[in-house]
Design a protein around this ligand. Sequence first.
Ligand code: B12
Ligand code: SF4
Length: 479
Amino acid sequence: MKILFVYLNINYGTPYAFDFHFGVASISALLKSHNHNVLGMVYGNRTNINELLGKIEYFEPNIVAFSITTPQFSIAKEIMQKVKKNFSAPIIVAGGAHPTLCPEEVIKEDSVDIICIGEGEFPMLELAELMKQSKDCTHIKNLWLKNGQTVIRNDLRPLMQNLDSLPFLSRRIFNNEKTIAGFIMVSRGCPYSCAYCCNHALREIYRGCGKYVRFRSIDNVIAEMKQLMKEYNITSLYFHDDILPLSMDWINNLCKIYKDEISLPFDCHVRPDLASKKLFEMLKDAGCQRVYMGIEHGDDYIRKTIMNRNISRDEIVAAFRHAKDAGLETYAYNLIGLPEENLDTIRATIRLNRIVNPTGTQATIFYPFPGTCLYKYCSEKNILPEKWGTNIFDDTIIELRMLTRRQVKHYQRMFSFYVYCKINPIKAILQLPEDNVIKKFFIFLLGVASFLRIKSFLKYAGLSLLKHMAWMSRKGKFL
Ligand code: B12
Ligand code: SF4
């Protein structure tokens, strides 16, 4: 069978563009290992619908499969409609976070033939195999299919417990393997229940389907790393897992073997309340250069009660201190624009960032993902949007009682400037958005200063050379 995967990545642009999808690459690898013909396409800001239509015309896929997150869904609908209007042959499958969390909303789209809830590897393989043999596909677990006017809603299959049984990712699927070669995932799921994150909602969907948090074996992870070193000559690794050191035993073993057999610099995500001096020293010793940690919010009530993030200020401060003591760089994640947010609570987040003084920091704008506790909270307070926004760096989509849209946008853009302005003014200016006049002027001044330095150096070097030549000629050395 021929399958074209389309990963929707619109308005998730620079500087955070990431034109790769782990899930799609995993499904593709399994399909390829069963001799199906798979093609991938990233539908980004610069993609034109005609490019996609052209690809379908040329490749003639049996299935066009879209991977969709909630912020992409409104755009996805338009694109899928255009594909359906232009081609009657390929069936359209929608999978990913949004169809998993909001299946009824997605299946009711006329353009969508099938949706996949949850993990897509084996449902897609079964679909491709049965289609190839022209057999009935209506019973495939994890899939909802349309049969005339009715929708067949199949049950979920158990979560894959042995992640090692999957082939390594098909990294070439989007033709950008050089950029993403060092990106790796070694686990699935997270056991915590932060109210803004989809993990508790996904865990609820998978209730009764087996263990939600799963890790690959260390041998399997090391084998993939060795393959990446051989095939792509990678110079560093970035673990994209929600939290890498969830189990101390697992991370301990990984670090030991990693140090001996891989020994490349790497970055990973750590939850502050799991951090300790011992953990960071171990990570550093294995080659870790930077840890990403969520401060998330500086106001205790918002962090603990609204966000259900049961981590104290002291734990946050200690985690960053331990990381620095171990010689690691740190990067802080923060959220602004939460329900009950006001200027004082945003400032509390800025102040907490100043206290921990991370190497880098960013704030994104709260987005109420369906199925999460905070979505329900926003729904009860009647502050949900009528239309889904597309970007968590751009604008708030909920109505805030105590803040205007402009204020939220302003603090998102200027967040790292405010954090560093009292600690390191030069760094603060460099953190300003690219289009900021002060930043532009500062960079111009830096340019002038370095030009003058070069000029005075040249002048000095020229004068010294002349003096030296005069001395040499006085001594008759040129004769
Ligand atoms: C790593 C990660 C990223 C990485 C890489 C994402 C990527 N392109 O692969 C980066 C940093 C780039 C990223 C970006 C974003 N992410 Co993100 N990300 C994750 C994370 C932590 C893991 C995802 C992952 O790779 N899992 C492992 C793979 C194997 O599983 P998977 O992606 O879920 O795919 C499986 C199934 O979903 C399904 N599937 C997926 N696509 C398709 C398509 C078809 C056709 C089929 C049949 C099946 C299928 O099969 C796959 C294999 O089993 C999850 C959290 C989580 N625990 O899931 C959030 C998560 C997916 N991200 C999320 C969001 C919102 C975003 C961003 C909008 C903003 C942000 N938070 O930074 C952008 C959106 C980008 C976009 N274009 O939509 C949300 C999605 C919520 C929602 N309701 O849509 C999650 C759930 C986190 C959260 N907030 O709770 N993300
Ligand atoms: S710890 Fe991180 S990944 Fe886990 S539930 Fe909380 S926000 Fe989500």
